[in-house]
Design a protein around this ligand. Structure first.
Ligand code: ATP
Length: 229
């Protein structure tokens, strides 16, 4: 579904990614892990075409490396939940879920509410009146309404209390179990390894290694390699 080969990325003259390569098969979840500043968010931005890149990015067998962001999103079915959620605070829950969609709005809203029924009674409320966890649900509901084939999730647990993170991950597990392909960025290795099929360690802009999460010994070795403990 997603193939990234020798990806490099720049912010102006500053190179942030040097050599990131991985594959993500359809229906699987791969988590990018690594320390602050390693290049995880930049990898998500590069897949979306939001930073200057070199290397190859293929989605569903198609080379999208030279496509603009809107074509990548529209033509290949990528949805993204950005770090910090990207909510429109003055807009309602309903407007945030449906933003950018032009047709079949009722059905799209139903899709989102099937996954997040707790939002049904809050559709007309302004997002600014919601808690961080509820806003994260709106962000996920918006991604679901886009009927993605590939979901990019950048630190969905950031800034949330552990009990709320459990709730968010329970929702995410239901989405994953529908067969959605997910690329996750997650600081917490225990969370990432409980949720994803595979982990890919990013270090100073390089993808260092990729392992299956079912192998607990390798996960422990990866944690030592990544965080030195
Ligand atoms: P974190 O877990 O802290 O979000 P990360 O692994 O997602 O870290 P990135 O945000 O991808 O890391 O950053 C990778 C590198 O790119 C870092 O050296 C960072 O300082 C640099 N960088 C990120 N955003 C910018 C920017 N807008 N302009 C210049 N450099 C940037």
């Amino acid at each position: 579904m997603l193939e990234v080969n020798n990806l490099q990325a720049w912010y102006g003259r500053t190179q942030a990614l040097f050599d990131v390569s991985f594959q993500l098969e359809a229906g699987r979840c791969l988590a990018l892990i690594g320390t602050n500043g390693a290049g995880k968010t930049t990898t998500i931005r590069a897949i979306l075409g939001l930073v200057l890149t070199a290397g190859k990015i293929s989605i569903a067998g198609r080379d999208v490396s030279s496509l603009p962001t809107h074509s990548r999103v529209r033509e290949t079915g990528i949805s993204v939940v950005h770090e910090g959620r990207g909510m429109f605070q003055r807009m309602s829950v309903r407007e945030n879920i449906l933003v950018g969609l032009a047709s079949s709005l009722h059905r799209r809203l139903d899709d989102a509410l099937d996954q997040f029924p707790a939002l049904s009674g809050r559709l007309t409320e302004k997002v600014s009146q919601l808690s961080g966890g509820q806003q994260q649900m709106v962000a996920l509901a918006r991604a679901v309404a886009q009927r993605p084939r590939l979901l990019l999730l950048d630190e969905p647990s950031l800034g949330l209390a552990p009990a709320i993170v459990d709730e968010i991950y329970a929702h995410l597990a239901r989405l994953r179990d529908t067969g959605l392909t997910i690329l996750l960025v997650e600081q917490s290795v225990p969370r990432a390894s409980a949720f994803a099929d595979e982990l890919c360690l990013i270090r100073t802009g390089h993808s260092v290694t990729r392992i299956a999460t079912e192998n607990k010994v390798e996960v422990d070795q990866l944690v030592s390699l990544a965080f030195g403990n």
